[in-house]
Design a protein around this ligand. Sequence first.
Ligand SMILES: [Mn+2]
Length: 345
Amino acid sequence: MIQDLSINEFLNFLKNPRKYCLITHRNADIDALASALVLREIIVKLNKLSEVYVITPEGVDAVSKNFIVNLGIPHNIYDDTSFDGSCDTFIVVDSASREQLGRYSYISGYVLVDHHVVNSLIDDALIKLYDPSRKATSEIVSLLLLSIDSDLSSEYLTLLIGGILYDSRLLQLADGTTFKILSDLIGLGGSYDKARSLLIRKSQIDYSERIARLKGMSRLGIYKSGKYLITITCVGAYEGNILKILIDNGADIGVAVACRDDGLRITVRVSEDVVKELGKPLGGLLASYVASNLGGSGGGHSLAGGSYVKGVTPKELLSIFKEFFSSITGDFKIIDNGRWVEECS
Ligand SMILES: [Mn+2]
């Protein structure tokens, strides 16, 4: 039977010498990576005979890479194609579903260390250290660390702070326990300043992405349907990132149109609030509406959608958007057409 282990019981489990493989979710973010790297330190500290391999399916994301390079943390991390060893114990770290485990999606008899509220890996976990009330897996690993007599270097403590800041959205989701843990990590030598500045550093954005973002902003059209603000722009790269920025800055729905050789690629993002309010998978609905009315392909889910249409002008596309949104809210008004129609013609 599945058991919820207390921290002490979990530490006792880790004292057994084994070959551990720690698997994070695909394209590990800083919460996943910090959790796995510190867990590796804890396991080795508990028993020097243990071998521990950190495996990040499809590698690590840009923020995580920046963190470990800047902090000078050893790079002995494997992606799922470069690891050819074997292990007798899998520990799944900061993952919510099998699809997130890449090549390791088949594993059974694993240990789970996680905080995701919706997690389909729980049922098959042999042993789990699972607390959905924690805002980051790094908090759970910090609690493990704080319960042993540890002299972990300040770099690893800073890494954990980074994981907590990242998953708590720079403390927007933090609670009293989060602050207590952060205070303890800082007390042991972790650097809040360093973690914070590594997280928000702007210079990490590629030059090409900066140009695409600024072009996206400069061409923006603004429309209103019911009470919802819809922004449409014409941009050929980084559409997802640009639409996220638009939604973070007040758009309810963002659409990016890219001119391709023989057609238009349309990317849609919808804010979580709008999806909750309408109770419809709006991103996917809009993308498939565009596709089926203009003879292309398209689909998606609540928050995101995409379609591709051939032989269609941006003006025709705009009238399809108008039709779609009018059918949802009853109207569609132009606030400012911007320059996207011209740029995408
Ligand atoms: Mn996480």
